[in-house]
Design a protein around this ligand. Structure first.
Ligand SMILES: [Zn+2]
Length: 343
């Protein structure tokens, strides 16, 4: 099995493929006629709320960082214009589709929930398309070497099969999101929205296939080609100048629902810490307020980074206890209210 550092070296090759441009909203009847832009998955207006001098902290897994630290990722500063951008929409489609989350306050209306979910599913699909390309490239490069590393090749082949399954399910999920928006069929989605009294100290937008609940119970086991994997989008954003966590999934999908319920059933004074843990566990597209991060003890910073290091590596199996409270409280935005929408 490749090591952590090999994974992150591969991840930086992957990053080159993420520069390739594509508009996921392109349609034969609605061709793109404007350039592909750096589309933000977390709106800049949101990032500014936790930024200091226009910057937030996020993960550094660049080749330079990996080379100097034996493959260890770190935290570094990003300008709000650079963080959380993907080349997966053209300007016209990006403006037209997301007007109802970009230009009006975020209150988690049914349409806003559908748009957040659409964008997450789109960005995950885009990443999977690029991941398959990057893996194919890597396999080809390894096959051409005179001294073939059979183990590595076998591993990459198996890994690529898993990614292709993810891409297959990602395309289905994306098509469903397009349908929901087109037909205003918001009843096809369910959500859990948790509101707090204080502003968030981290923000995240992303999606994943829940494997374990916050109670440690198993949900879906990934890697079976006969299974359809159910996805959840997990967002930490600011709504009405306070922190909010929003989880969104297809109505009727039982794994994301069980995931949301396992969160609800934890003590409410742990909601903040558990949301932070889940973000570092599952979503590289997470950024933090610099002052908050700098105020953490070194041991806490290491604990959180280690999560991203291990969990971000797809070569490592996730542990059942990965989302359970570890005994370390990272922050408390002060729980206010919790609401299930259309479950
Ligand atoms: Zn387009």
């Amino acid at each position: 099995m490749p090591s952590d550092s090999e994974f992150w070296t591969f991840a930086s090759a992957f990053r080159r493929f993420l520069k390739r441009k594509l508009c996921l909203a392109e349609d034969p009847s609605d061709a793109c006629n404007s350039p592909i832009i750096d589309a933000h998955t977390i709106p800049r207006s949101q990032l500014r709320k936790i930024a200091e001098q226009g910057h937030v902290h996020s993960f550094d897994s660049s080749p330079a960082q990996l080379a100097k630290s034996d493959g260890k990722i770190a935290i570094k500063s990003f300008g709000v214009g650079q963080f959380s951008v993907l080349n997966c929409f053209c300007r016209r489609h990006d403006n037209a589709i997301f007007v109802d989350v970009e230009d009006v306050p975020l209150v988690f209306s049914p349409r806003q929930l559908a748009l957040l979910h659409y964008r997450t599913v789109a960005s995950e699909l885009y990443r999977k398309i690029r991941m398959v390309e990057a893996t194919n490239y890597q396999i080809e490069a390894l096959s051409k070497k005179r001294k073939r590393n059979r183990d590595a090749l076998q591993y990459l082949d198996a890994f690529n099969e898993g990614q292709k399954l993810g891409m297959r399910d990602g395309r289905l999920a994306f098509a469903e999101c397009q349908r929901i928006l087109k037909e205003d069929d918001y009843g096809a989605l369910s959500a859990l929205v948790i509101r707090f009294r204080r502003m968030p100290t981290i923000m995240t937008v992303g999606g994943f296939y829940p494997e374990f609940g916050f109670d440690g119970r198993p949900l879906q086991t990934l890697g079976d080609s006969n299974e359809f994997y159910e996805t959840i989008s997990f967002n930490i954003l600011s709504s009405e100048e306070r922190a909010a966590v929003a989880m969104i999934w297809s109505k009727g999908h039982l794994n994301p629902l069980a995931f949301a319920r396992s969160y609800e059933q934890q003590p409410s004074n742990l909601y903040t810490t558990l949301a932070i843990q889940a973000s570092f566990e599952h979503l590289e597209n997470t950024c933090v307020q610099p002052a908050w991060w700098d105020g953490l003890r070194k041991i806490e910073q290491d604990l959180l980074l280690r999560r991203m290091q291990v969990a971000g590596s797809i070569f490592e199996e996730r542990r059942g206890s990965s989302l359970q409270y570890t005994g370390v409280t990272h922050d408390d935005w002060e729980f206010d209210s919790l609401e299930y929408i259309n479950v």
